[in-house]
Design a protein around this ligand. Structure first.
Ligand code: SF4
Length: 211
């Protein structure tokens, strides 16, 4: 006897398909840019106060100077509460071989590249119906030579993204748990990381809610 698939099973299968289509779209965008997208369980994102404290001790040049860095962004507890709503997380990985480490220290091009990619992936998530998608990228914002003064708005509000560390996420730990090698301190290569948090809508376009 062939069991009839219940409406709730159909709904779950359709949600799984939507997520897998999204992942494939992410890969198609990242791969030509020599980047990798890795799905990670949301449970591996564990914001901690000790990580956010590293923005202040020793004090980072972006602390209270950048509009999207601490203390100007929500704190660890607020972020933890919001995180409960996200169903999927994706690491964005861009690896750069080291020729001379000092060259990378004075070169923002890789961080700008990953920031652009994360912003583009976030847009793809919107286009797939995941309208609450949120992207984060490592490091302080490099989009302007100097951040806009306190009494002026951000110059690139749709591109600037906070760093995972600013919310207390140890992104290196998340990557290593997912099997992505991250050298620290870097010797042969530097791994630049971004994170996309995706919240699957309860209802997709055309869906009905099943009890
Ligand atoms: S885009 Fe410019 S103004 Fe906005 S946070 Fe980044 S550096 Fe500051």
């Amino acid at each position: 006897m062939v069991a009839t698939e219940s409406k709730s099973e159909q709904h779950n299968a359709s949600r799984a398909r939507e997520t897998s289509n999204l992942f494939r779209a992410f890969e198609s965008e990242a791969s030509p840019r020599a980047a990798q997208v890795v799905a990670v369980p949301v449970e591996t994102i564990r914001p901690r106060h000790s990580v956010r404290l590293k923005c202040l001790i020793p004090v980072c040049e972006y602390y209270d100077a950048c509009k999207i860095c601490p203390p100007r962004i929500p704190g660890v507890e607020e972020f933890k509460a919001a995180l409960e709503d996200y169903s999927h997380a994706f690491l964005v990985v861009l690896r750069e071989s080291i020729v001379r480490i000092q060259d990378l220290r004075h070169n923002d091009s890789i961080e700008l590249k990953i920031a652009q990619l994360v912003s583009d992936l976030e847009l793809i998530a919107y286009q797939h119906g995941f309208y609450l998608a949120m992207g984060l990228t490592v490091g302080g914002c490099k989009l302007c030579p100097e951040c806009a003064p306190a009494d002026e708005p951000c110059r690139h509000p749709f591109k600037a993204r906070p760093s995972p560390e600013g919310f207390g996420i140890d992104i290196t730990e998340v990557a290593r748990e997912a099997g992505v090698p991250v050298e620290w301190p870097p010797k042969a290569f530097v791994t630049f990381l971004g994170l996309l948090l995706v919240c699957q809508p309860v209802l997709s376009v055309g869906s009905v809610l099943y009890n």
